[in-house]
Design a protein around this ligand. Structure first.
Ligand SMILES: Nc1nc2c(c(=O)[nH]1)N[C@H]1C(S)=C(S)[C@@H](COP(=O)(O)OP(=O)(O)OC[C@H]3O[C@@H](n4cnc5c(=O)[nH]c(N)nc54)[C@H](O)[C@@H]3O)O[C@H]1N2
Ligand SMILES: Nc1nc2c(c(=O)[nH]1)N[C@H]1C(S)=C(S)[C@@H](COP(=O)(O)OP(=O)(O)OC[C@H]3O[C@@H](n4cnc5c(=O)[nH]c(N)nc54)[C@H](O)[C@@H]3O)O[C@H]1N2
Ligand SMILES: [Mo]
Length: 693
């Protein structure tokens, strides 16, 4: 018998890749390719964190990749700004014109290129298709720098000033914890592979407590749910400390040896009785006392207690301080002594990314362009030139982001993008709300079509992504687009010739074995199991810093405190409801909203409302409502649900504006106010009123 396959057998291969999305899980992916077509993506069973499982949305990656609306050719605007009318042009014509426009601006004078601004975030988390050639390009040009604050900088600074870096527990050891506080995280929806560990712990007798204003899918499956008001986490953490102190549920030895500023923090926490915090947090004193008892009783080295924080709790004015307080808790009870104790918000600080090699800040060659905060792009696009601000933004190059949908205060953002004198280039997979405002839309490749290397903020494995299929249509990787622009701008540095595979190798340099990445698709970093069992925090003092001399030196409070919301609950009679807008399970921020099978699962833009808040407004389940405040108005369907606590409404997901009822989304209502630390956005610090439409 002939053992070779019949000649008609399809040519099938499996290609190792990495999920590119902005999610803590950073899964290792296997793409099945048949005759050059990706027919299936699945989780890599050999990668322990992925464990063979992808979330629903990323399992639809082929549907997204081959979507009939994929952008396949460069487009040039023919209609008015924002109308979304374009004609097809050649790459050559597009790049030539873009380079000429940028040159005209840059050639006006030594600092003139500051009128050009890149706008990018984590549409792909790839180190190569993110900020490599793109960063080199803007550094060489001397364009304005972008502060990439839209997600995590408040919490990131909170961690840096407490633990010393974005590091913490290893996710796999949550499986051994006896108590897990899931704090500001809807893990089932946004951190599924952590939830797997929490489930193992639960089966082994651990208690799970969720701290979240919304009764999320995760809250439902925990033993307890503390539905506090948005932005009151700092007060809750201080009251917990109060109870740990008065009941002496402390690890005095750990406090003495491995922490800094305990006397000061102790004094502050003693001002926060559960009675004081309960009123502010909108919870009962019993809930606070019981939480403290659970945390204190299983701590002090007796049983491992763990906290999984996520970024949900730091999208409010006091987000940085709240993270500082929560990150301090494990040191009070000595939870760090055990590998299944401590806290995890982000693990990204563990990765030895060779940022300077990838991004080449030295290409600035002495220029010191201004930095603009991406979270206040609305105001910045509308700001006139001044001595303090510098030049008006004249050109905007957007990649890996959809600011018209995801940035706060979108009426300002859309007004800015609509400026006739603004030259806008958008690199995209789809005709997003932002691409509608572009002068040029350039088609970019997806993760199935390009090389990349990844870090993670939820585990400590580096990942590699190989291209599985050829680029669709005329799509090009971001890197290639910036390389070609660099050539047309006559940038001579040889670093602009580095190809994607070379950039992949540079991402970790010698710190990660690239051959291992090539062979397995992932490589585990050598991180300690119980990182702070004996102190050794990467802070200036080497201790867990309750008091931060670095913050004090900046004129800020060296000790963490409760910082009330900009728009605190009950502070307005016009807008009496607090609105939060957490992620939708089947979308990834504004990505996937255009993938029909996933949009069908989400249904339509909804506002979850408690029955009592609906009743006083005569709103019935399914009514179309107007959600409004001084910044704008948004229409959607009301869903009367116990997922919303009284006083708080939940507008789920960042829908594309053009797919909403009145061409807007939740960000029509959010503000450009910033967080206490890190200059982050305050999406969940937002008061509104709701009325029948
Ligand atoms: N399916 C899915 N997964 C995602 C995303 C997505 O859009 N969809 N987004 C990704 C991104 S960009 C990120 S940054 C990560 C993490 O993204 P996060 O924004 O942390 O997302 P969640 O884990 O859903 O956590 C948000 C939770 O915080 C709650 N919350 C809101 N305000 C407060 C508050 O003041 N205090 C407390 N305690 N809780 C509050 C919300 O109700 C929600 O349940 O997830 C990533 N994963
Ligand atoms: N109201 C409210 N607003 C929010 C949030 C919220 O919870 N509530 N969450 C905030 C958070 S946490 C974040 S992180 C931001 C996220 O905001 P963004 O980083 O803008 O994320 P996305 O909305 O997913 O848009 C990413 C875009 O990048 C494109 N893209 C993906 N890969 C590539 C590529 O390789 N090349 C190019 N050129 N393009 C690519 C995708 O098609 C997509 O349109 O949104 C924030 N906005
Ligand atoms: Mo994010």
């Amino acid at each position: 018998m002939n053992s070779s396959p019949p000649s008609s057998a399809p040519d099938t291969t499996q290609v190792l890749g990495a999920c590119p999305h902005d999610c803590p899980d950073t899964c290792s992916m296997l793409t099945t390719v048949q005759n050059g077509v990706a027919i299936k993506v699945q989780g890599n069973p050999k990668h322990p964190h992925t464990d063979g499982a992808l979330c629903t949305k990323v399992s639809r990656y082929p549907e997204r990749t081959y979507h009939p609306d994929r952008l396949l050719h460069p487009l040039k605007r023919v209609g008015p700004k924002g109308a979304g009318r374009f004609e097809r042009v050649s790459w050559d014509a597009a790049l030539q014109d873009i380079a000429a426009r940028l040159k005209t601006i840059a050639d006006r004078g030594p600092d003139a290129a500051q009128a050009i601004l890149p706008y990018s975030y984590a549409g792909t988390m790839g180190l190569v298709q993110g900020e490599s050639i793109a960063a080199r390009f803007f550094h060489q040009l001397g364009a304005s720098l972008l502060e990439r604050t839209i997600c995590s900088t408040a919490g990131g600074e909170g961690l840096n000033h407490t633990l010393g870096a974005k590091v913490g527990m290893r996710v796999e050891f949550f499986a051994e914890s006896k108590l897990i506080l899931i704090w500001g995280s809807n893990s089932i929806s946004s951190n599924l592979h952590f939830w797997r560990q929490a489930q193992i712990a639960k089966r082994n007798g651990a208690k799970l407590i969720c701290i979240d204003p919304r009764q999320s899918e995760t809250a439902e499956k925990c033993h307890e749910h503390i539905a506090l008001l948005p932005g009151t986490d700092g007060a809750l953490a201080l009251a917990l400390m109060h109870e740990l102190i008065v009941n002496d549920w402390l690890d005095h030895d750990y406090l003495r040896q491995y922490t800094l500023g305990w006397d000061l923090l102790r004094e502050r926490a003693l001002q926060w009785s559960p009675e004081r915090a309960a009123g502010l947090c909108g919870v009962t004193t019993e809930q606070i006392r019981s939480l403290a008892k659970d945390y204190g009783a299983s701590a002090a080295g007796r049983e491992p207690v763990a906290i999984r924080m996520n970024y949900g709790l730091q999208r409010v004015h006091g987000g940085g301080n709240a993270v500082r307080l929560i990150a301090s808790l494990p040191a009070l009870v000595g939870a760090w002594r055990h590998r299944a104790g401590g806290v995890l918000l982000s693990s990204s600080g563990a990765f030895p990314v060779q940022k300077a090699t990838l991004q080449r800040p030295d290409l600035l060659a002495g220029k010191t362009p201004r930095s603009l905060n991406m979270s206040s792009i609305g105001d910045d696009l509308l700001r006139p030139a001044s001595a303090a601000y510098g030049p008006t933004i004249e050109a905007l190059i957007v990649y890996n982001s959809n600011p018209v949908a995801i940035a706060p205060d979108s009426s300002k953002v859309a007004q800015g993008f609509a400026r006739d004198d603004l030259f806008t280039v958008v690199l995209e997979h789809f005709q997003t709300d932002t691409a509608d405002y572009a002068d040029y839309v350039l088609p970019a490749t997806t993760q199935l079509e390009h090389w990349d290397v990844h870090s993670s903020y939820g585990h400590t494995d580096a990942l590699l992504n190989r291209p599985a299929i050829a680029p669709l249509g005329e799509a090009r990787p971001n890197t290639q687009i910036f390389r070609e622009l660099a050539a047309r701008m006559d940038f001579a540095d040889p670093c602009f010739a580095d190809d994607d595979l070379a950039l992949c190798r540079q991402a970790y340099g010698e710190a990660v074995d690239f051959d291992e990445l090539l062979a397995n698709g992932f490589a585990t970093l050598p991180t300690p199991q119980a990182p702070f069992a004996q102190g050794g925090f990467p802070t200036p003092s080497g201790k867990c810093e309750f008091f931060s001399a670095r913050l004090a030196a900046r004129g800020l409070d060296g000790l963490p405190d409760h910082v009330p919301n900009h728009e605190a609950f009950a502070s307005s009679t016009l807008y009496p409801l607090a609105m939060i807008s957490p992620p939708a399970r089947n979308f990834l921020n504004s990505s996937f909203v255009n993938v029909e099978s996933l949009r069908d699962m989400e249904g339509e833009p909804l506002l979850e409302m408690n029955a009592t808040d609906a009743a006083v407004r005569a709103i019935q389940n399914g009514d179309i409502v107007r959600v409004f405040n001084a910044r704008g108005e948004y229409r959607c369907k009301a869903k009367i649900s116990s997922r919303a606590r009284p006083g708080v409404v939940n507008g789920l997901g960042v829908w594309w504006r053009k797919l909403g009822l009145s061409g807007t989304n939740v960000n029509q209502l959010t503000s450009q106010n910033l967080t206490d630390l890190g200059g982050g956005p305050t999406f969940y610090d937002c008061l509104v009123q709701v009325a029948g439409a």
